[in-house]
Design a protein around this ligand. Structure first.
Ligand code: NI
Length: 255
């Protein structure tokens, strides 16, 4: 059984054929998924989905690219929703220095506010990082995020950075890029990070694994991520599936 820890089934890309996408995932052994909302419409849609499907859970937060749009009322709203029993994490939040819609200082402030919220409501944090590793590590330390821990989502850093994150009580989640032929760092991370500290995800509809690279991603493809990790680690697919599912359930407090 597989656990896809990061899906955007709430995205418009799935509005036409969501039922079939979910069915294909279940046929490939995907047992549980966390639907990630990152702004008002996607949080609303995530909450709608988790009410409807018992195997879906929600993570709710504000994306760093849109940090400039987040109001105090939005944060308050996220806090209120976080007491819902199917909300299992705060995020995705973090820093994204690739896009300049939101200035760095505002991204950092909004990130800090969400870490404080996660600590207040006792939920793990899902981190989005793009070209901002050092600032993320510094802020997680300064805000003592270790208390709740969480996930480095679609981790693309070095094994050294991965170990720094493990020390802060964060798990490493690998997605489609680990299957790319030229993806050196994710493969090294898959080899070096203990299986007990790894999670798998698709981040669908983005970042489809090989051989679907460039196409719409979907949760059934998380199997390809697990197979790649098994090959790199020299363990069975079943062991990767079982261990990453156990890791995810423990972190999210499911069962
Ligand atoms: Ni995402």
């Amino acid at each position: 059984m597989l656990f896809d820890t990061h899906v955007h089934l709430n995205a418009d890309q799935f509005s036409e054929d969501l039922e079939q996408v979910i069915e294909r995932a279940q046929n490939e052994g995907v047992e549980t998924m966390v639907v990630v909302g990152f702004d008002k419409p996607t949080i609303n849609k995530a909450m709608e989905l988790v009410e409807h499907y018992d195997f879906l859970y929600a993570a709710i937060g504000w994306h760093p690219v849109d940090a400039i749009d987040m109001t105090d009322e939005d944060l308050q709203w996220i806090e209120e929703l976080s007491s819902h029993q199917k909300v299992v994490a705060i995020g995705e939040t973090g820093l994204d220095y690739h896009w300049d819609k939101s200035p760095k200082e505002i991204q950092q402030e909004v990130f800090r506010k969400q870490i404080r919220l996660a600590k207040k409501v006792r939920l793990p944090i899902i981190i989005h990082n793009r070209e901002a590793t050092q600032d993320i590590v510094d802020i997680l330390k300064e805000e003592d995020a270790k208390e709740v821990g969480g996930i480095m989502h679609c981790f693309s850093g070095s094994p050294e950075t991965a170990h720094e994150c493990l020390e802060m009580n964060f798990l490493i989640s690998l997605g489609g890029p680990v299957t790319f032929k030229n993806a050196k760092k994710p493969k090294e991370v898959a080899e070096e990070v203990p299986l007990e500290k790894l999670l798998i995800e698709t981040d669908c509809p983005y970042l489809a694994p090989h051989p679907y690279r460039g196409k719409r991603n979907e949760p059934s493809y998380v199997k390809l991520v697990a197979e790649q990790i098994a090959e790199l680690k020299g363990v069975s697919f079943e062991e990767v599936a079982e261990t990453t599912t156990r890791n995810a359930k423990k972190l999210f407090g499911i069962n």
